[in-house]
Design a protein around this ligand. Structure first.
Ligand code: CA
Length: 364
């Protein structure tokens, strides 16, 4: 009871300061569970960008619906309130209560964060969800984000991505030498070890960078998202698989104080809405990637190619080197990797005799 009174008093103070809600303090106190919140969500995505931007919109809608309209969310796409790569700082400082992004963009804050988005040749979408929800991954993620005043939730996953768009063929590891390619996170460091130059660019800049030749290649997501940016009009070769992003988790980060001010039922609404958004994004990408792939296959100006087996083998070796080096210099990353690695080895044995075995056959 005392805790509830303290919470309500803090809510009232916050409302009086203009921090939230239309309800006055007395009605909050006399009608618990009716307090209203207006939150800002900043994202790394262009406005309503298919899949990722709409994933953020879906999450905002779920939050409003699950809260019966008591938690309203105003979305700001990349560049509308802050630039794409300032989401982490904006939510950390409380300038926005929510952020929708990908953890690998924040490796400058902590090397450990990258494991919560994706690791080259690592966990796929099924396995990421299994690790995060049932394998201790989410607890570790919360621990890593806590010093930054942030509470993370998985809130989307694109599924395995494509290897990217190239204007030259990749027939051996030598072809990666000197390649200037947009690639994030650990995958980018692997490219660097292979002799390439990884470049970090927000999605909205990829088409121009590729078309003008300021980069030689780019990865983005997969057929559905890549067509939306017109990347097929700026490069000839579309490579698979996306070795660098086998199942990247997108995140919803919540400012810890803002979350703390929510009553229990709205905290639950945040948790459940994020989990629903996580499922929804994977389903949408799987459905729309298949349709977009048909469109790409019908276009003679595009050649869909597999990375040669020896290139994938070479990249795997370099991935291990990159991870060993980053875990050697960062004890938190080492602890997260230890959990991730143990989970991957168990989970992959199961995937091989379940999903993988089944996917090699079909009734069609
Ligand atoms: Ca990507």
């Amino acid at each position: 009871m005392v805790d509830r009174r303290t919470l309500l008093a803090s809510l009232a103070a916050s409302a009086a300061a203009g921090g939230c809600g239309r309800k006055s303090a007395p009605s909050v106190a006399s009608a618990p569970g009716k307090e209203r919140f207006s939150w800002k969500m900043v994202t790394t995505w262009p406005p309503n960008f298919p899949g990722l931007g709409t994933g953020a919109s879906t999450l905002a809608r779920y939050l409003e619906q699950a809260s019966g309209g008591r938690l309203r969310v105003q979305i700001y796409a990349a560049g509308e309130l802050i630039p794409a790569f300032e989401v982490f700082d904006a939510v950390s400082s409380g300038a926005a209560e929510l952020g929708h992004s990908g953890a690998y963009y924040w490796r400058g804050k902590s090397e450990a964060v990258q494991f919560f988005s994706t690791v080259p040749f690592g966990l796929n979408t099924h396995e990421m969800n299994a690790w995060l929800y049932y394998g201790g991954g989410l607890e570790l993620w919360r621990e890593v984000y806590a010093p930054f005043n942030l509470i993370p939730f998985p809130a989307g996953n694109t599924g395995v991505q494509m290897g990217g768009w190239f204007n030259r063929q990749i027939n051996g590891m030598d072809d990666l030498r000197g390649l200037k390619m947009r690639m994030q996170g650990i995958g980018g460091e692997v490219l660097r070890l292979a002799g390439g130059t990884p470049v970090s660019l927000p999605g909205s800049e990829l088409f121009t960078a590729l078309q003008t030749g300021s980069i030689d290649a780019t990865e983005w997501v997969g057929p559905y998202n890549d067509l939306a940016f017109g990347l097929h009009q700026a490069a000839r070769y579309y490579y698979y698989p996306g070795w660098h992003e086998p199942g990247p988790t997108m995140e919803c980060m919540v400012n810890a104080q803002a979350y703390g001010r929510l009553p229990q039922d709205l905290k639950a609404a945040v948790r459940v809405a994020c989990q629903a958004a996580n499922l929804d994004m994977t389903a949408e990408f799987n459905a729309r990637n298949a349709t977009a792939l048909e469109q790409i296959r019908a276009d003679d100006s595009i050649e869909i190619r597999a990375f040669p087996a020896d290139v994938l083998a070479g990249l795997r070796v370099l991935t291990v080197e990159v991870i060993e080096s980053l875990t050697a210099r960062d004890p938190t990353a080492a602890r997260v990797w230890s959990s991730y690695r143990q989970f991957l080895s168990q989970a992959r044995a199961w995937q091989r005799i379940s999903e993988q075995a089944l996917l090699s056959t079909s009734i069609l």
